[in-house]
Structures are given as structure tokens and as C-alpha cells.
Design a protein around this ligand. Sequence first.
Ligand code: ZN
Length: 330
Amino acid sequence: MSVQPGRPAKASHRALIFHGPGDLRLEDVPRPEATSEGDVLVQVEVALTDGTDLKAFRRGHPVLLGPPPSPFGHEFCGVDTATGRRVVAANSAPCGTCAPCSRGQETLCENLFPLRNGAYAEFILVPERIARTNLLPVPPGMPPEVAAMVEPLACCFHGVEQAGVSPGDTVAVIGLGPIGLMLCACVADAGGWPVGVGSRPERRALAPLFGAETGTGEGADIVIEAAGSVAAWEHALELVRPGGTVLAFGGLPRESRVEVDPFRIHYEEVTLKGAFHHTPRHVRTALAFLGSGAYPFERLITHQVGLEGVARLLADPPRDYLKAAVVVSG
Ligand SMILES: [Zn+2]
């Protein structure tokens, strides 16, 4: 390819592009470029797969992905190309000025969307607003694949706060995927007693590493639904004790309907709450928690692939799969 004098060729990079359910392609596309002051171009070292990516890969995602073709992946750690610092960033930042932000409900920010995607690529551009609020330097010595867990862990801290976990509370967590196990650790950190409910034996075996017992969860003070199914939402509402709280953590497809027993809500004063996303405060808490070494979060990464291996992995995840590290560079 000849390059015209005075006009440098536009740099390209390899990126996974989502074209529709089940159709994820590794393509050479123009490398993102900073367009305004404060944008940060990050060279991705490692990205992580998560359950939301898996759902999005299978059926698309109304919130996470725009209309295809769209960049994909949102958990990552990499190097700020301008400073050489290793950084992590969340996939959004609240605007700080809209009505929900003014009320302190940053997860409901009217300007949160679109969420940032494109971590399954050699480079990702972190726009100025996210860079200003939710881009953090990685503490020395923290492996990049551990640092990259900051976003889902921040969601878990927000969830545990929403649930109102107090010291001594028994907290059932339905679903022991990576999120369920992270929630167990956050519950334990808040002084609660996490009880892992359901899931396959391989996953239940990990619960003690994250501060949890396993059990039925019956009569728990708080039940956190982290399985993302209608059945689990309904089961959570059955398990919780009178006067207790159910936290709906796992998202469901928009057309879903959940049966709620009004007797439980009225006569037994059960509270049903939702939790979505994270706040800048929880992003910071999560990074510090990862750095504390209190729990072996690296155990949640069960597989390692390159960019070319992501589609195959998401199409048919192995039985012992929790999260995969997508190693891009470094
Ligand atoms: Zn806002």
C-alpha cells in the first residue's frame, strides 16, 4: 500500500465487532483517536468476559450495545498511551448535573448511555467524561486481569449497599457465577453472612473462598438474586423472611414478567428492590478491595484466550468457565 506524502495512513487496529446475535467478528478497523482534550486512548493489555457479554452475544443487548455493528467488551485494563500509566476505567460516568445525579442517584443518571464498549480490541478510547470521573491508575503490583474486575465488583458494592446489609444479617445469594461470588465477598465485607444458593457443584465449591457457606437460603434476612432468571427472582421472593429484603440484581429481558405474591409484600412487609450498575464511589471501593488481597478474585478467571478465541468461547462456554482473560498485549 502506498502512502501519499504528507498524509500519514490512518492507523488501524484489531477489534471484535458485534454484528448480531452469535455473530462476532475480528476485524481490522480504524484505531480510535482522541477528539477532545481529556480523552484517553488506552492500549488494552487484557479484557475480561462476563455474563452480560454472554447474554449480549446470544441475544443482543438493549442497554449495553447500540445497533450493530458495534464494538464489544467493557471490562479491561491497559496502558494510557499518553502517560504510560497502567489504568482501568468503568464503562460509564454519571453527568453529575441531571435530576437523578442531583438526588445522589448516579446509577439513574439521564446521561449514562451509551455505555462504553470496545474492550475486545487493541485500543479503546475512554472519553473525557469517563476519564475524568472513572479512570483510575492501577496500584503497583496488581495484575492487570485482577484490576480489570473493577467494574463488575463496583456493581456488587452498589448492590450490597442497596440491599442495606447490616452486620449479622444472613444474606442468601442465588446464583454463584462470578457476580454471585463477588457479591458474597462484598456481603462478608459488610459484616453479613453470605449463603450461596443453587448453582452447580463446581461453583458451590468456590463459595467458601469468597466468605460464604452454601445452603437453601430459607428465611434469610436479605436475598440477592444473581442468576438473572425469572425463576430465581420468584425463588428469592419465596425465601426471604417476613420483613426482609429481596434485591433484584440480575437483569431480565424486557418482556419478562415475574409473579409476586401480594400477601408477602403486604402482610409480611417484604421489600423488593433493584440494583443496577455502579457509582464512582463504588468504583474506587472496588479497586481498593481488589488490592486488599482479602479474597482470591483471580480464581474467577478460569480461561485465557486471544481476541480470535472469544467468539468460540462465548458460543460454547466450557462447564468450568467463569470468566476468561482476553489477552491482547503485554
Ligand atoms: Zn446525571
